[in-house]
Ligand binder design. Structure first.
Ligand code: AMP
Length: 606
């Protein structure tokens, strides 16, 4: 297949911000793609070579990329650097360098998707001493035979700067339309995606074997399953109402969610975002190897602990485990335990269809026989309750033990991969602000810093997630709660995600000086939620022409890099929080009113 149709589609996609139009372009491209290439094209349009969990990256240094452009456009390095500085984007720089040189492609080999993918793959897989030079040669070989437009996308891809704004759900829609003619079939594709986390393989299966084969996709060891998520509630009564007569209540630990895949001779760990994090926790992997089974997939929360007191430590402590070197030392200084809460697969069989209470029994049995003796492998504390008062009591004990709150789960529920429903609900502790809860929001824009903050960002525009439209809608601008270290760190991290205009998946009425791809999630607290004409979160939900905004927001110091942007607080959750706040206010006002009346009548009697 020629590379040209991909380049043309990418171009059209860059120009649109409408999800419908994006889907149409994708459908056209998928229809044009031969079935045996569908997986590769699916990965390429998402800027990947493999599913995320493989953790495969190009690993080409920026300087080498610039050298590749210089060599294939017969320019000096300083000329290319000047163009790059002017353009600010590696792809645009490549195109300009190649264009003005009037590069001829007359005698060059034809650029095909197969060749591009295969070369990218070689680049990614080249490691060890001298690998940067080899990678450079491979990139240059592609550029030598490309048109400037092709070169632009090749460089964007190689440097991880291809930003077409396509969410997984858009690809699922497009696949359903292209191969079955019916968008409703997306549900089937979504299920297969939820248990395999591999869009490329799902796409290829659909294109080559049809919908029935996709329906039959099963959980597989070492392929992460998209995690089941919880809705939030604000009272024990509300939590109980969501359950049938009984509720399984568990500690909600403040650590990192880990999905353990234990095989006969190896263990892999995946994060909530499905990245492979085996290297962060060699101690957890070793303990998991001792489980009393041949193969299993389990979920749990890794928490840092003080081994002396057994006390749980804050989530930030786990950051020390995210390093390439010195992990032995980090294991010693920052010990962890894992609190298991679910089992999804055991010895060749998926267990997701079992009711939760059965899975818990199976989990207990499997962990009991482990040689670890409960040192590292623990099972999350749980009680089964029938009354809200029991939830409150368990909550108090959870908080006393350093937890964030409790999780309340439906004992009869199956494991619903990738779903956020009321089968699991979370009840968090009250904070000192008027708003009972923290919010996890996505950074989408910024204003430059002034005064002491010159050269950094002064305020960040934050957005909540609207899952119905798959869009991030702004909800507040935050400028407090940052230390100098945070400010530096944010500047460095966000710089990688700067884009020249508002992202296609961002909706806001605020004008900003800098825009970002919606990637980084941070936690904030706020004093209250108000109606706002310029923020778009929950627009029209409460009042026509108004969205909802946070007042006096403050960064809590927590960067939620365990959450993907789609895992941020949703606009619906903000509506619920707003209504709850109104209710609290009106109840407070009512009791004040009653008191006043009582006082007046007493005075009258006197
Ligand atoms: P949140 O991140 O606020 O949406 O809360 C959901 C997260 O709580 C999960 O993804 C887990 O990382 C974590 N968690 C802590 N304890 C439990 C538990 N007992 N069951 C399920 N999730 C838990």
């Amino acid at each position: 297949m020629d590379f040209q149709p991909l380049v043309e589609t990418f171009g059209k996609m860059e120009e649109t911000s409408s999800r419908l139009a994006l889907t149409d372009h994708l459908v056209a491209l998928l229809k044009e793609t031969p079935a045996d290439l569908i997986d590769k094209v699916t990965y390429l349009i998402q800027g990947k070579l493999y599913p995320d969990y493989e953790g495969i990256e190009m690993g080409l240094a920026e300087r080498m990329a610039l050298r590749a452009i210089a060599s294939s456009s017969s320019r000096s390095m300083s000329e290319v650097e000047a163009i790059y500085r002017k353009k600010g984007d590696i792809g645009d720089a490549a195109r300009e360098a190649m264009e003005s040189k009037g590069q001829s492609t007359l005698f060059s080999e034809q650029m095909t998707v197969e060749r591009v993918y295969c070369t990218f793959d070689k680049i990614a897989k080249t490691t060890g001493p001298g690998s940067q030079e080899t990678k450079l040669r491979l990139v240059a070989s592609l550029l030598n035979d490309s048109t400037p437009d092709e070169g632009r996308y090749i460089m964007k891809f190689v440097m991880g700067a291809l930003r077409l704004g396509i969410a997984d759900y858009t690809v699922l829609d497009a696949l359903a339309i292209a191969f079955t003619g019916d968008k409703a079939n997306r549900k089937v594709l979504e299920n297969a995606y939820n248990v395999s986390s591999d869009l490329g393989t799902v796409a290829k299966l659909l294109a080559t074997k049809g919908l029935a084969a996709v329906k039959a996709v099963q959980i597989t060891l070492f392929k992460p399953i998209r995690p089941m998520l919880a809705e939030r509630v604000s009272t024990a009564e509300e939590a109980m109402e969501r359950m049938d007569s009984r509720a399984a209540i568990e500690y909600k630990l403040d650590g990192e969610r880990v999905q353990i895949h234990k095989g006969r001779d190896r263990v892999e760990l995946f994060s909530r975002r499905l990245e492979k994090i085996t290297d962060h926790y060699p101690d957890v992997s070793k303990a998991a190897m001792s489980l009393a089974c041949k193969e299993a997939i389990m979920e749990g929360e890794v928490v840092a602990v003080n081994l002396q007191t057994g006390e749980y430590l804050p989530f930030q402590q786990l950051m020390h485990r995210r390093r390439k070197h010195g992990i032995e030392e980090a294991m010693e200084n920052y010990p962890v335990v894992i609190n298991l809460f679910d089992i999804l697969y055991l010895d060749g069989k998926s267990r997701t269809e079992l009711p939760y209470e059965e899975r818990r029994k199976l989990l207990e049995k499997t962990v009991k026989g482990a040689k670890d003796n409960g040192i590292m492998l623990k099972i999350v504390p749980q009680v089964v309750a029938t009354e809200p008062a029991e939830i409150d009591r368990f909550m108090a004990s959870a908080i006393e033990n350093g937890c964030e709150g409790v999780m309340v789960k439906m004992p009869s529920s199956t494991y619903r991969a990738g779903a956020r429903e009321y089968l699991w609900v979370k009840l968090k502790r009250e904070y000192r602000t008027e708003l009972a809860d923290t919010l996890d929001l996505v950074i989408v824009g910024a204003l430059h810093g002034r005064g002491r903050r010159v050269g950094k960002y002064g305020a960040l525009l934050l957005a909540a997630y609207d899952p119905k439209e798959d869009i991030f809608r702004s909800v507040t601008k935050v400028g407090t709660g940052f230390t100098d270290i945070h400010l530096d760190q944010f500047y460095r991290e966000l710089e990688k995600h700067v884009i020249h205009q508002k992202h296609a998946r961002v909706d806001t009425g605020m004008s900003m000086e800098v825009w970002f791809e919606p990637v980084i999630v941070i936690e904030v607290i706020a004093s209250e939620i108000t109606l706002s004409p310029s923020h778009m979160a929950a627009m029209d939900a409460i009042k026509e022409g108004y969205g909802l905004a946070l007042r006096f927001p403050k960064f809590t110091g927590k960067i939620r890099d365990d959450k993907e942007p789609e895992g941020a607080t949703t606009t619906d959750e903000i509506v619920t929080m707003y209504r709850r706040q109104l209710k609290i206010h009106s109840e407070a006002a009512k009791s004040k009113e009653q008191e006043k009346k009582k006082k007046e009548s007493e005075e009258g009697e006197e």
